[in-house]
Design a binder for this molecule. Structure first.
Ligand SMILES: C[S@@+](CC[C@H](N)C(=O)[O-])C[C@H]1O[C@@H](n2cnc3c(N)ncnc32)[C@H](O)[C@@H]1O
Length: 302
């Protein structure tokens, strides 16, 4: 049976995969553009529909089952390690900064070790010309940057995502944090990576007050938080704006490319990929976030 991912075989017979129906999943071979990307993943996908696949589990486990050199682009939004009992302001009210158990720091060395292991696993599965984006705040991004360089990734840019409506600083003893950093790197120094320069320069970016029409896209992007309709099925505590992921997907991939997000959360990366005809593999260890991802995907008119 042919699906958007290609023909699904087992070693005994061809099987049908539609929507959430799976059989012989541990033997399934997904042929994507003649490449057997998911051929040796023994875990059953949590959800699969056409070119959109979600896995429930630890990304280190799922990544270890993917083929070498099979993914075109990775966007990763790893734990920030900032859930330490602090407070911030939201809609005029004092609220906890804690995002969830997954975001609690295990200490400098263990956090660093985790970043090393997932970034090493991502490098193995990226195609030689593939690129990887990592987002974070100062709590995590410097460790990720150090690891990227230690592993031999070649850094292309560090994007500053400016948040026009950032929460005020409660202590009034230092500056109001109003940006996140997103590092963009390629797997190999000499490879030719994808960058859709003209689209970035001349595309429709009117919501970004810093982007001047017909001038090169710079490395500081002003992007508003997720719009209410992006949260109509509930929200993830660190849900990224669709506008941010749309720009990332469109800048660094082409139609038909395979995009992977090892910390997919509500799958903003997957929604941006599906809306723009890219294939998507998302991983998260929290079932309720994958349920939210499913609802967002099922709502798409594609
Ligand atoms: C910062 S959030 C990602 C939010 C996402 N970008 C979005 O737009 O919704 C990080 C996610 O990583 C997940 N996570 C943390 N550790 C993980 C691990 N080892 N393997 C897989 N997922 C993990 C958390 O459950 C959380 O949903």
């Amino acid at each position: 049976m042919s699906t958007k991912w290609g023909t699904h075989h087992t070693d005994q017979h061809v099987i049908e995969t539609t929507g959430e129906q799976h059989s012989c999943y541990n033997l399934t071979i997904m042929v994507v553009a003649e490449r057997k990307i998911l051929s040796i993943v023994s875990d059953k996908p949590y959800f699969i529909n056409g070119n959109f696949v979600l896995y429930l589990g630890d990304c280190l486990n799922i990544l270890s089952q993917l083929l070498d050199n099979s993914i075109d682009m990775i966007f990763a939004d790893p734990p920030y390690n900032l859930s330490n009992g602090g407070f911030t302001v939201h809609a005029g009210r004092m609220v906890s900064v804690d995002k969830g158990l997954w975001d609690i720091s295990k200490g400098f060395n263990d956090d660093y070790d985790f970043h090393y292991r997932w970034l090493e696993a991502c490098k193995r599965v990226l195609k030689p010309h593939g690129t990887l984006w990592v987002s974070g705040t100062y709590h995590s991004i410097y460790q990720c940057g150090h690891v990227l360089q230690s592993l031999g990734y070649h850094i292309l840019n560090d994007i500053s995502w400016f948040k026009p409506n950032a929460s005020p600083n409660l202590s009034c003893r230092f500056f109001t944090a109003s940006h996140e950093t997103i590092i963009w790197a390629r797997k190999e120094k000499k490879a030719k990576h994808t960058f859709n320069y003209d689209l970035m320069k001349n595309g429709d970016w009117v919501e970004d007050k810093l982007k001047k029409p017909n001038l090169q896209m710079r490395s500081v992007w002003s992007v508003n938080p997720p719009k209410p309709e992006e949260k109509k099925y509930g929200k993830h505590p660190t849900q990224k704006p669709l506008d941010l992921l749309r720009r990332i997907v469109l800048s660094s991939t082409n139609k038909g490319d395979v995009v992977l997000d090892p910390f997919t959360g509500s799958s903003t990366t997957g929604i941006a990929s599906a809306m723009n005809d890219r294939k998507f593999i998302g991983i998260d260890m929290e079932k309720n976030y994958l349920e939210l991802s499913k609802k967002r995907f099922n709502d798409l008119k594609i």
